[in-house]
Ligand binder design. Structure first.
Ligand SMILES: NC(=O)C1=CN([C@@H]2O[C@H](COP(=O)(O)OP(=O)(O)OC[C@H]3O[C@@H](n4cnc5c(N)ncnc54)[C@H](OP(=O)(O)O)[C@@H]3O)[C@@H](O)[C@H]2O)C=CC1
Ligand SMILES: O=C(O)[C@@H]1CCC=N1
Length: 271
């Protein structure tokens, strides 16, 4: 089976790298295209045998399963280009939350999967959020999830919850890194500890925390309880954060959902 990638920006290239490094795919299994072709060529220089197509149409003509890794506002151009040569036997995997499966079904005759990856997939961890159109057969779903399992934990979610799942799974790494950065900056400012040491400590801490929450059998509440000695230092810090951050995460969810609605409307208006 030939796998195509249309769009080799940040996420497209992360997926290609991860599929190759994990052994899920060989470079020769893939054909890629990108608006700025040099970006695709740089990937091919890194992975001998990876084929760069001259156009998105060439990817569609050569591949059975195609990942669409472009941003919402770029869908119109890509769909217009490929719709007349798309086949109902082909599987299109869209990685964009703000493009609905029902719309992709309207625009293309293909079987449609919506899979939201995460930067964590680069190191073969984190989830991929999976949603499928009714055109997908059981064996099509199996092909996709077998592939994704090399680099992630594929989780089926209801499309109605795409945004919040993606907030946690895909935006989450950036949000957590933001917290870490603020923690590190404060540590340096207040104590003079070196950035290098603070960053190493913070990164190891986050890695270990992730392990405790996945394979370590703890949930976030248990973890807080186990670290907080009654009347101790952690409890004091947690209590301060409870007051300072009150309402902030509600505001965060409002913000991401408002942006999502804006993008959905923009995409709709293009077609
Ligand atoms: N980054 C992340 O962590 C995640 C991203 N996503 C989703 O992935 C999608 C892509 O995001 P991301 O990779 O970050 O964005 P980027 O801007 O990094 O990549 C988009 C790529 O699409 C290419 N492109 C644009 N138009 C066309 C076209 N007509 N034909 C071929 N290629 C084209 C661009 O080419 P050019 O080089 O010319 O700009 C660019 O390389 C988004 O919808 C995002 O929501 C989902 C989960 C996580
Ligand atoms: O920032 C974005 O729009 C995308 C969606 C999920 C992660 N990155």
């Amino acid at each position: 089976m030939k796998i195509g990638f249309i769009g080799t920006g940040s996420m497209g290239s992360i997926l290609i790298d991860a599929f190759i490094h994990s052994g899920a795919l060989l470079p020769t299994d893939m054909v890629i295209s990108n608006r700025t072709i040099d970006k695709a060529k740089q990937l091919a220089d890194k992975h001998t045998g990876l084929e760069v197509a001259k156009s998105n149409i060439e990817v569609m003509l050569k591949c059975d399963l195609i990942f669409l890794c472009v941003k919402p506002k770029e869908y119109k151009n890509v769909i217009d280009e490929i719709r007349t040569i798309s086949l109902d036997s082909q599987i299109i995997v869209s990685i964009t939350s703000a493009v609905l499966i029902e719309h992709l079904e309207e625009w293309l005759p293909c079987k449609i999967a919506k899979v939201i990856p995460s930067i964590t997939n680069y190191v073969r961890s984190g989830a991929t959020l999976c949603m499928y159109s009714e055109r997908m057969l059981e064996e099509d779903v199996r092909v996709i999830e077998d592939l994704l399992a090399y680099i992630s934990k594929p989780l089926r979610v209801d499309e109605a919850y795409t945004r919040i799942c993606s907030d946690i799974s895909s935006c989450g790494p950036a949000f957590m890194a933001f917290f870490l950065q603020k923690f590190i900056d404060a540590a340096i400012l207040k104590t003079g500890i070196s950035r290098e040491l603070a960053t190493e400590l913070a990164s190891e801490m986050l890695y270990g925390t992730g392990m405790l929450l996945t394979s370590g059998g703890m949930d976030p509440t248990t973890l807080q309880q186990k670290v907080s000695v009654p009347g101790g230092i952690t409890a004091e810090g947690l209590s301060m954060m409870e007051n300072e951050l009150d309402g902030m995460f509600i505001e965060l969810v409002h913000t991401t959902h408002a942006k999502y609605e804006e993008e959905l409307a923009k995409v709709k208006s293009l077609f």
